[in-house]
Design a binder for this molecule. Structure first.
Ligand code: MN
Length: 223
């Protein structure tokens, strides 16, 4: 694996200068490598046939995706159902807009949160998914702290078998008891509400930067 190779190579000098039978310092190994494992994540608020949230983690060059009817919750007492859906391309992580009615997923899509995640534990993300228990730490604009997504055993028949999961916030400093997702229903990308996205109104964040540009400038020094 390319990343693994780079991590080892960059620690070559560190390794060569030390005798690990004599120093308590850690040898370069899995701890150093796992500290950088992870990728991007995003959550979209999708007002399709039913309002739901789409939770996505970058893994193996795609976004592993789950549809979460009630959305993620920072409250550790709440375990929200998450239906695994098809992988999405990495580029989807920046998408916000309207899917025309009559198309698959027709309706407005808000980029509700985005950021990065780090895997917890020595296993690869793929191995944790296969085992049905993926643990990670989120660094988003709204979501943070440690989380797990756990496959429900013996649930789902036919095509749904193995695709029913629970998204769970672990207890830590980022946890918030009684947290209400509907109090945070604004785009991280454009500052728009779902109704404003559906109506194709302009980004509120762009509007802010235009105002700055319109502010009086310093006079140019004439040539
Ligand atoms: Mn969706």
């Amino acid at each position: 694996m390319k990343e693994h190779f780079h991590s080892v190579m960059s620690l070559e000098d560190y390794q060569r200068k030390r005798d690990f039978s004599k120093t308590p310092e850690p040898a370069a190994g899995h701890a150093a490598i796992s500290a950088v494992r992870g990728g991007s994540f995003c959550v979209q608020r999708h007002d399709a046939t039913h309002l739901h949230y789409d939770f996505r983690l970058e893994m193996g060059g795609t976004l592993k995706s789950w549809a979460v009817p009630k959305g993620p919750s920072l409250d550790p007492a709440v375990k929200h159902f998450a239906a695994q859906v098809e992988d999405h391309p990495i580029e989807y992580g920046d998408f916000e807009g309207n899917i025309p009615k009559g198309n698959y997923g027709g309706g407005s899509v808000m980029l509700w949160d985005r950021g990065t995640f780090q895997l917890i534990g020595p296993e690869s993300g793929e191995a944790q998914l296969e085992r049905g228990d993926l643990k990670f730490e989120l660094h988003g604009e709204k979501l943070a702290g440690t989380w797990a997504i756990v496959r429900m055993k013996g649930r789902g028949k036919g095509g749904r078998a193995g695709k029913e999961w629970l998204l769970i916030k672990k207890k830590d400093a980022a946890a918030v008891t009684g947290w209400d997702i509907e109090q945070h229903a604004v785009s991280v990308k454009t500052g728009r509400t779902q109704a404003e996205i559906a109506a194709d109104l302009p980004s509120k964040k762009k509007a802010a930067s235009v105002k700055k540009k319109a502010a009086p400038r310093k006079k140019k020094v004439s040539a």
